[in-house]
Design a protein around this ligand. Structure first.
Ligand code: ZN
Length: 201
C-alpha cells in the first residue's frame, strides 16, 4: 500500500514537472513572438518613414520643376546666372509622335512638355459612367488645353532656323483605323491624365 502511494506521489511530481516545463516553454514562445512582433513593427515604422521621405522628395522635386517651368520664358540666349530668362529666339520645339496624331511642344531649358489634347475629349457624347457635368468639364478642359496648345504652336511656327520651321519628326507613324468604317482610332495616351504646366508667351 505504501509502495502504491509512493508511486502515485512520484507520478504527480512528474506530472507537475512536465507542466512546469510546458509553461516555461510557452512563456519562451510568447516572449519570442513578442520580440518578433516588435521587430516587425519597428521595420514597418522604418518603411513608413522611408516612404514618407521619398514622397516628400518627389513632391519637392515636382514643385521645383513646376516653379522652374512657371518662371521659364522658354527663350534662348539667357545669361548664366538667370538661365530661365532668355531674351533671344524661342527655345520651343515641336515633336510629332509616332501615333500619327499626338504632338508635344517641349522646352529644353525647363523640360516643359505640353501634349496636344486628345481628339476624343471634345466629343459631345457621354462616356460610360460620365455625368452630364463631368462631360461638360471634360469638353471645357479640352477647349482650354487646345487654346494653350495653339498658342504654343504659333510660337513654334514663328521660329525659323535657316528657313526651316523647327519641327522634329520621329519618322515612324502608325495610324489605327476602324476596320469597318476606315475612320481613325485615337488610342489613349499615358500622359492624358496629367495636367500641363503653365506657359508664358
Ligand atoms: Zn522653358
Amino acid at each position: 500500500m505504501a509502495k502504491a502511494a509512493l508511486q502515485e506521489e512520484q507520478a504527480e511530481d512528474l506530472d507537475l514537472e512536465l507542466k512546469r516545463t510546458q509553461l516555461a516553454e510557452a512563456k519562451l514562445r510568447l516572449e519570442l513572438t513578442k520580440r518578433n512582433l516588435e521587430e516587425f513593427e519597428a521595420a514597418e515604422r522604418e518603411r513608413e518613414r522611408n516612404k514618407r521621405q521619398t514622397q516628400f522628395q518627389l513632391e519637392t522635386e515636382t514643385q521645383n520643376l513646376r516653379t522652374t517651368q512657371e518662371q521659364c520664358l522658354h527663350k534662348q540666349g539667357a545669361p548664366c546666372r538667370r538661365p530661365l530668362k532668355g531674351t533671344k529666339e524661342s527655345a520651343l520645339r515641336l515633336i510629332k509622335l509616332p501615333d500619327g496624331f499626338s504632338m508635344v511642344i517641349h522646352c529644353p531649358i525647363c523640360r516643359m512638355k505640353v501634349f496636344s489634347p486628345h481628339p476624343d475629349d471634345r466629343l459631345t457624347a457621354r462616356r460610360e459612367g460620365e455625368t452630364e457635368a463631368q462631360m461638360q468639364a471634360r469638353i471645357a478642359k479640352f477647349e482650354a488645353d487646345t487654346a494653350r496648345f495653339r498658342e504654343l504652336l504659333a510660337v513654334v511656327e514663328s521660329i525659323e532656323v535657316g528657313g526651316d520651321a523647327v519641327e522634329l519628326d520621329t519618322g515612324t507613324e502608325v495610324t489605327f483605323r476602324n476596320a469597318r468604317t476606315g475612320n481613325p482610332i485615337y488610342p489613349r495616351r499615358a500622359w492624358d491624365q496629367q495636367t500641363a504646366p503653365v506657359f508664358h508667351a
